[in-house]
Design a protein around this ligand. Structure first.
Ligand code: SR1
Ligand code: MG
Length: 412
């Protein structure tokens, strides 16, 4: 079938014709459930069996900006193939792809929107504890990143894979949103007017500009592994037992530290938001400690797992050198901090500002949380090269966000 845009009314006939979800069209109900920036998502339910499946279609434009902002539908191929590859390497933590229809840029996948699973972003906003999440996401990152890197793949296979996952249009979105627009007076930005002075200071910081340029260069040039490319709290479903990664349309061969930094950056954004929600009647400090512990465990578990794979499974004899491996891990840590800093800044003042901040209703309190996030991002980007372990990061977070100081005048 040639490409066409699917609407809710088309979906039952389409999936029945494909024959991947039974043949009885009359028993299907369809709901458009997506509210993301990029694609259209439908949940298909068989009312006889109660089974459900998710259909995600890439339209030839960016959903949040409308039909005038064209965007390649090749992103669906990239997403389907990246999730299949990551699913081979870490099936327990990757959403299962049931079918990919290349002509319609449509992906069918398992439905995780059950009572058991919740989007990590929503879980964090509800101050829920996910005890297994740090170790599980660390295992996902270690396996997917190591086994698609030059430590594991042959030189020929790696080059072939790099070309297969070239993703210029989606990378361009990230390049602008992370490394360009927040640092200039762009109309795309979304700056709280109460933060104007903080943002002006940020844009005057020459050391920051230089380090952002270094990070952008790494993002543009470092084809280290098949990264997810958008590993924020809205790309992860969690339950109290398991973790599942979705939404890989930004995948490409890029810097390993970008995935880890995006994730750690999201934990720090939530930390800043929790500061603005903390009151006598709804204390958040214990939850903030949980966020810091989670960040520590994510990095430490990733570090140990990736290093263990390097020591045991590296195929290229040159990369088996132990001092080189130690240097590699140290560089990953510093780059992870830098990328986390760019995530903090772009999610606070950029076009894709985090909706988490909207839960703080008092404007001045919200601005204080946003200022924490911007300052933390700025300091991380500037000082990343001088930090060596997670304890130093956690000290910085608590110092910049004035974590130890009483917050009780903020009763609402
Ligand atoms: C224009 S798309 C904005 C953001 O949404 C996605 O989830 C990515 O994070 C992207 O940066
Ligand atoms: Mg997404």
């Amino acid at each position: 079938m040639p490409y066409k845009i699917l609407h809710t009314a088309d979906v039952a006939a389409y999936i029945t014709a494909l024959g991947i979800f039974g043949t009885d069209q009359a028993c299907l109900s369809i709901e458009e459930i997506g509210n993301g920036n990029i694609n259209y998502i439908f949940r298909i339910k068989n009312n006889n069996t109660q089974k459900t499946i998710i259909l995600k279609q890439a339209r030839p434009y960016l959903r949040c900006m409308g039909e005038s902002r064209l965007l390649t539908t090749d992103r669906a191929r990239i997403e389907a193939e990246a999730l299949k590859k990551h699913g081979e390497l870490c099936p327990e933590h990757t959403v299962k792809i049931e079918h990919y229809d290349h002509e319609l840029a449509a992906i069918f996948m398992e439905d995780l929107s059950s009572p058991e699973y919740i989007l990590l972003r929503d879980g964090l906003m509800q101050a829920q504890i996910f005890a297994h999440f740090p170790a599980q996401i660390a295992r996902y990152m270690a396996n997917t990143l190591f086994y698609t890197s030059d430590f594991s793949c042959s030189q020929q296979e790696k080059k072939h894979q790099v070309s297969h996952f070239i993703n210029p249009d989606l990378c361009q979105i990230t390049e602008k949103l992370f490394f360009t627009e927040p640092y200039i007076d762009s109309v795309s930005n979304n700056v709280n007017p109460l933060l104007n002075a903080t943002v002006a200071d940020l844009r005057r910081n020459e050391v920051l500009q230089m380090n952002v340029a270094k990070l952008k260069e790494k993002f543009l040039t470092q084809a280290q592994a098949l990264i997810h490319g958008d590993l924020h709290s809205g790309s992860i479903f969690v339950s109290h037992n398991n973790t599942k990664i979705i939404d890989a349309e930004f995948a490409f061969y890029g810097p390993i530290a970008f995935d880890i930094g995006s994730l750690i950056g999201n934990f720090m954004i939530n930390f800043c938001v929790q500061s603005g929600l903390d009151t006598n009647t709804d204390p958040r400090k214990e939850y903030q400690k949980y966020l810091l512990n989670s960040m520590h465990t994510i990095w430490q578990t990733f570090h140990d797992a990736f290093k263990d794979l390097m020591q045991r499974k590296t195929t290229d004899i040159t990369f088996q050198h132990s001092a080189y491996q130690a240097y590699y891990m140290d560089t990953l840590f510093k780059d992870m901090l830098g990328f986390a800093g760019t995530e903090l800044i772009r999610r606070t003042i950029g076009a894709a500002r985090s909706v988490d901040f909207n839960s703080i209703t008092e404007p001045s309190v919200c601005a204080r949380s946003e200022a924490y996030a911007v300052k933390l991002g700025e300091v991380l980007i500037c000082r990343a090269e001088h930090l060596h372990d997670m304890r130093e990061l956690i000290s910085l977070v608590t110092e910049i966000c004035q974590f130890s100081q009483p917050n009780r005048q903020l009763n609402r």
